[in-house]
Design a protein around this ligand. Structure first.
Ligand SMILES: [Zn+2]
Length: 295
């Protein structure tokens, strides 16, 4: 690897770490997650009149597909929600667009990719997810476009979900200055398009030759951890499974080099802040998009 590409990878890692770091930073509330008494007038921090209060997610579905850029993306906040849903009997599949092979500075991609895939498989097992798609697109340099839409569309057609979950794809994590990462932004935007593409027989028509029939059954796309989230779900009963699923990314966490990083403390601070907005002890947030076909 050239010095230039090594530097590019370090830069990428810093940005991705910063994306995760917002959650750690979230403990001091840069995302404005804690209800602001001034903003809510003199009322209590939670309640119908609180502009930051969250609505409950619809849980009347049976098949979900989580589409994210990297191993670990679901585990920095959303995995406990997945554990709740699989415990309810829902079937959830993960689609990993990359294998996160550029995510650990000290391990070359050829060795890192398989290592991170293995960590993700274990992480999934801990939250009741048995099936994973690895699309093997290049980590760190994903581009929004037709190729990415095609790959995600194939996964949607293969698994025929009613709900598709993805990661926050807004420019920032806090709605202000903490930058998100290019891969997350590309995957989230392509996922919104792919749920529509999947339902159109004449878009990526060649996939029919692989037995992938059109699927127009996606009702909503949920972006985990978005600063524009208006919905939440109680993760109190499955919080521990979520912690275990993050801890399963041991090589990645070690590679981040965060001093004394504790997955439980990290997730707990975020979940409790969000919980206040939902009126429970611990919760996770999602920005909800409703699929509208035609046009
Ligand atoms: Zn990521």
């Amino acid at each position: 690897m050239s010095p230039r590409s090594a530097e590019a990878q370090r830069r990428e890692r810093r940005v991705d770490a910063a994306a995760g770091g917002v959650f750690a930073g979230g403990m001091t509330d840069p995302a404005g997650l804690i209800p602001d008494p001034a903003a809510a007038g003199s009322s209590a921090p939670t309640g119908a009149t609180d502009p930051k209060a969250l609505q409950q997610l619809d849980e009347g579905w049976s098949r979900g597909l989580a589409v994210v850029a990297h191993p670990d993306d679901m585990e920095f906040g959303a995995a406990a929600a997945v554990a709740r849903w699989t415990a309810q009997g829902k079937e959830i599949t993960y689609c990993l667009v990359t294998s996160g092979e550029a995510g650990i500075d000290g391990i070359e991609p050829e060795r890192c990719g398989p290592l991170r895939e293995a960590e993700q498989v274990e992480s999934c097992r801990l939250v009741g997810v048995r099936e994973l798609d690895f699309l093997h697109l290049p980590d760190g340099v994903l581009e929004y476009g037709v190729d990415l839409r095609r790959a995600i569309t194939a996964s949607v057609r293969r698994h025929r979900p009613e709900i598709v979950i993805t990661n926050n794809f807004r420019d920032t994590w806090d709605g202000a200055t903490t930058l998100n990462m290019a891969d997350h932004i590309a995957v989230g935007r392509a996922t919104l398009d792919a749920v529509r593409d999947a339902g159109n027989r004449w878009v990526f028509h060649d996939q029919a030759e692989q037995g992938l029939e059109p699927w127009g059954g996606v009702r909503q796309v949920w972006a985990a951890g978005s600063p524009r989230s208006r919905h939440g779900v109680d993760i109190g009963d499955t919080f521990d499974a979520g912690v275990a699923s993050l801890a399963a990314h041991a090589a990645y966490i070690e590679g981040l080099g965060w001093e004394d990083f504790d997955p439980e403390e990290f997730l707990d601070g975020m979940a409790r802040q969000i919980g206040q907005r939902l009126g429970v002890t611990r919760a996770a947030t999602f920005e909800v998009f409703t699929a509208a076909f035609g046009g």
